[in-house]
Design a protein around this ligand. Sequence first.
Ligand SMILES: *Cc1c(COP(=O)(O)O)cnc(C)c1O
Length: 488
Amino acid sequence: MLTTGMPDTGRKKEDILDELKTLSSADPEYKTGRLWSLVYYLGEEHTDFLKDAYNSYFSANGLNPTAFKGLKQLENDVIRTTASLLHGDKNVCGVVTSGGTESCLLAVKTYRDLGRAKKNIRRPEMILPETAHVAWAKGAEYFGVKALYAPLDRDYRVDVKAVRKLVSRNTVMILGSAPEYPHGLIDPIEELGEIAVSKNIPLHVDACVGGYILPFIEMLDVDLPLWDYRVKGVTSISADTHKYGFAAKGASTITYRSLEILKHQMFVLQNWPGGVFASPALLGTRPGGAYAAAWAAIQAIGRDGYIDLTEKTLRTTNRLKVGISEIPDLKIVGNPQASLFAYTSTSSDVNIFAVGDFLEKKNWHIDRLQRPDALHAMVTPGHEVVVDQYLEDLREAVSWVRQHPEAAETGGAATYGMIAHLPFQKMVKKQVLDMFADMYGPEGKMIDMESSMSSNDSGGTEKTASGMPPFIDGIIKWYIKRKQRTGN
Ligand SMILES: *Cc1c(COP(=O)(O)O)cnc(C)c1O
């Protein structure tokens, strides 16, 4: 059990560190390739190096770029390096942010303000592919920009014709992803660029996950469509150093084709009693350590290093994709060219979420997708050693599920299957909000999201009678009631 509350007198530091170590021992096993999202891990040696780099600027604050001049130099260099990787010219400029979400939020704010300043747009709209990262929906809500969603084409990339139809006088930006997170597919950026140019609308490319791997895939002579500043019409790009840049968490970049655009991101308050205040991004205090570690990662890995890592990652991804395609009734979604992909079931005899449950029991941590129902993989070099085991377990999972159709009606499979489909969406939103209210309310409840399927029951975690997290429990109850009422 975790020691809680402020002690009257400080405890021994050694004990505190021991306690943290014990606590983290229950974390998902990312070091051994069991986790297929969230962590980009290159081993202890690299991690220790990042910690040292982080430490060198541990207390520094990037809030005031004139105070910690070294930090501004580091930021400049990360931005220049990123710009050149993305084939930007010398006019490309930008800011290091705390993460992909901040980069995306900033772009929404920038283009809302640019639209207002240049075109007097008062009811801003932006056009997002359905697969746009949630950060964009968040930005829409936070900044009062209406999100118009463009459907996908048959290959699960954004339907360019649909985008064209959504353009109006209120459009402040168009988004494309390179690649999108759910299926790892690169939207047709060149075609979006044509719309952007002809209609004079900014085009942002969300390369949060792809920014530090697609350029190296291209260096490996893999044919990729153009998606970066080489595409006329692309006005900004977000790229995370803390994903495939293998930096410490807390560092991403947002770059713009010109300072004229970036200016709309800036915030200045000249008459604040605390002094004239200026801020280039969302945060006030900006963690210097994260920026130092981002710079250090780039320096330590270098171009050849990134190419090697990318080569290993791609090889691993391809082995997985081929292996999965060879399993009857499984299919990769679209044609993913980077290091992320999703796979789905083509047969009603194989419920993909039941397959996920089985894999979970085998101690794999995988994300579930919806529309279409699918399982997800974000591949890193560390996954190379687990490919065979993963495929073996997956084959076993599929044949087990085929022999146990009832598995689709129970456990996580049933609930994921249910929440993925209308008319449950509103209910899901309400239940999840309630659950977050429990977690962040005064009681700070601990909730196990992995349902009853996971065997490692960590103490103090709430589970309900059905063994499901409370929000799912609520949905099931609602569903049963609805069934009783309507008979279907
Ligand atoms: C990860 C990701 C983001 C958000 O980045 P965070 O660092 O998690 O905030 C945005 N867009 C895409 C495409 C991503 O993959």
